[in-house]
Design a protein around this ligand. Structure first.
Ligand SMILES: O=C(O)CCC(=O)C(=O)O
Ligand SMILES: [Fe+2]
Length: 278
């Protein structure tokens, strides 16, 4: 795993709101990630969340229009909670450190991971923001998106609108069937040019959850498999939204509570750990 970031890469992430990292994993690591994640997905038997019976493709209270959204991708959330090998991959502190360096924060917690498989002929992923869905508000929340197969213009690569993270907000434009719905909230970005992230298996992207992004339609008879993990800066507090939180935990929270439950949002890296190691 190439987990070192140059200053140029960090600066590029800060101004553009995303970063493409070629050859993040070695070919052997890529195969291990793909095999491990395939098995963990299989064992979930279509269950979208660890704590409910909702199946991927069914209405989940987060996205409306299940019929359309079910064919955007198969979405299995928090695989780390149901598979120890995925847990080892997702809680890797080297990745946590990268996330901290990009976000310029002291510590980072897992918000949720998700396996995203665009099936053959899968619908495109409409332009959207991530952070407005989540149960906390932090301008530096971010995600890693690891390609488990070669990702091309044909099979549904990610696209980013550079710099938009500096001007978007936490209000929830949602994600619907129309590619351009987000521009009703952000008309000024309608004429911006997107950057596609065509990457080989084992390469990855990072993006700020406030960067407007999308993914293309899968115009191939093959899958497009990606593994992603969303990160919450340590110290973030509950904003009242349920998102992926299990019912019991959600009901126990009051707006303003620190989201520091290790079983739900493990801290995977903190700057202080470096001092302790010395
Ligand atoms: O993989 C996709 O189609 C979209 C992924 C995405 O929106 C994300 O990782 O935030
Ligand atoms: Fe997203």
């Amino acid at each position: 795993m190439n987990y070192t970031l140059t200053n140029d890469q960090i600066q590029s992430y800060r101004s553009n709101g995303f970063l493409i990292l070629e050859d993040f994993l070695t070919p052997d690591e890529t195969k291990y990630w793909r095999d491990t994640i395939d098995l963990a997905v299989k064992n979930r038997k279509g269950r979208k969340f660890p704590h409910s019976e909702v199946k991927t493709g069914e209405s989940d209270g987060i996205n409306d229009n299940a019929e359309y959204f079910g064919k955007v991708f198969d979405q299995i959330v928090n695989l780390w909670m149901t598979d120890d090998k995925v847990k080892e991959l997702m809680l890797d502190k080297r990745i946590g450190k990268m996330a901290c360096q990009l976000a310029d924060v002291d510590g980072i917690r897992v918000w949720h991971d998700q396996s995203l498989v665009k099936q053959p002929w899968g619908n495109p992923t409409a332009w959207h923001l991530d952070t407005p869905f989540w149960s906390f508000e932090h301008k530096e929340a971010l995600s890693i998106w690891v390609a488990l197969e070669d990702v091309t213009l044909q099979n549904g690569c990610m696209y980013f609108l550079p710099g938009t993270q500096l001007e978007t907000e936490f209000t929830e434009p949602g994600i619907g069937s129309n590619m351009d719905d987000v521009f009703r909230t952000y008309p000024k970005f309608r004429t911006n040019n997107p950057v596609p992230a065509v990457i080989k298996a084992g390469s990855c992207t990072f993006h700020n959850g406030l960067t407007i992004h999308a993914a293309g339609v899968n115009m191939t008879p093959n899958t497009r498999k990606a593994m992603t993990c969303a990160y919450m800066p340590d110290g973030s507090v509950f904003n009242g939204k349920k998102n992926v939180l299990p019912e019991d935990y959600f009901n126990s929270l009051t707006i303003g509570d620190l989201l520091n439950n290790e079983a739900q949002n493990p801290l995977i890296y903190h700057k202080d750990w470096e001092k302790e190691a010395v």
